[in-house]
Write a protein of this length. Structure first.
Length: 202
């Protein structure tokens, strides 16, 4: 059982992450100061330095959240892998609309800010996840035989990332689900077999 001190430490760390995410979303990483983050989180400077040694450490922790999100996806053997590919993209889109931490993580992963290792890990986690699902979908007969799992993963991750980038620029993610719906309507007939395309929901 967690002690009251542990519970407060967890709450403080979460407030710092959310305050930093809010600040980075408004001012960008480079334009944000420690004082901005403290004001947004309502945490003292001493408490911040207990959890994070610098703004860079805070930024790094936010970037890693995207990797944790991907690792949190559970593969379901009862659901066709092709459907899980589609569902994961919409789960990502809904997270961008509702979770400021994921929004900040994705923005910082895309922009870099010197977090090259964390950026590469996040992209690789998405690529590995989609490759695994693509291999399953191929073995289940739902992806056309002309495509390899690697080709599918590279194309889908690039397409979904492009959709989120455009949605951020034009609507601050208001239209991300519409963009993903259009993406799948366009790509599904060339990616999936006719039988799968008629059965899948997107």
């Amino acid at each position: 059982m967690s002690s009251p001190q542990q519970a407060r430490a967890i709450e403080t760390r979460d407030r710092l992450l959310r305050g930093a995410a809010e600040t980075f979303s408004v001012k960008g990483y480079e334009g944000s100061t420690i004082d901005d983050i403290l004001a947004a989180s309502g945490v003292s400077k001493g408490s911040m330095y207990f959890h994070f040694e610098s703004k860079a450490a805070l930024g790094r922790a936010i970037v890693v959240l995207q990797t944790e999100m991907v690792n949190g996806f559970e593969l379901d053997n009862q659901v066709p892998a092709a459907q899980q590919l589609i569902d994961a993209s919409f789960a990502f889109g809904r997270a961008l609309q509702s979770d400021p931490l994921i929004r900040a993580s994705v923005r910082m992963t895309t922009e870099g800010h010197g977090f090259d290792d964390e950026q590469r890990i996040a992209f690789n986690e998405w690529l590995n996840f989609v490759t695994e699902l693509s291999n399953r979908a191929i073995s289940e007969g739902d992806i056309r035989g002309c495509w390899s799992a690697s080709e599918v993963a590279q194309t889908l991750t690039a397409g979904v990332n492009g959709s989120q980038q455009s949605s951020l620029i034009y609507s601050n993610y208001v239209d991300i689900l519409d963009r993903l719906h259009a993406f799948w309507r366009m790509i599904a007939p060339g990616l999936f077999t006719r039988e799968a395309t008629e059965r899948l929901r997107y």
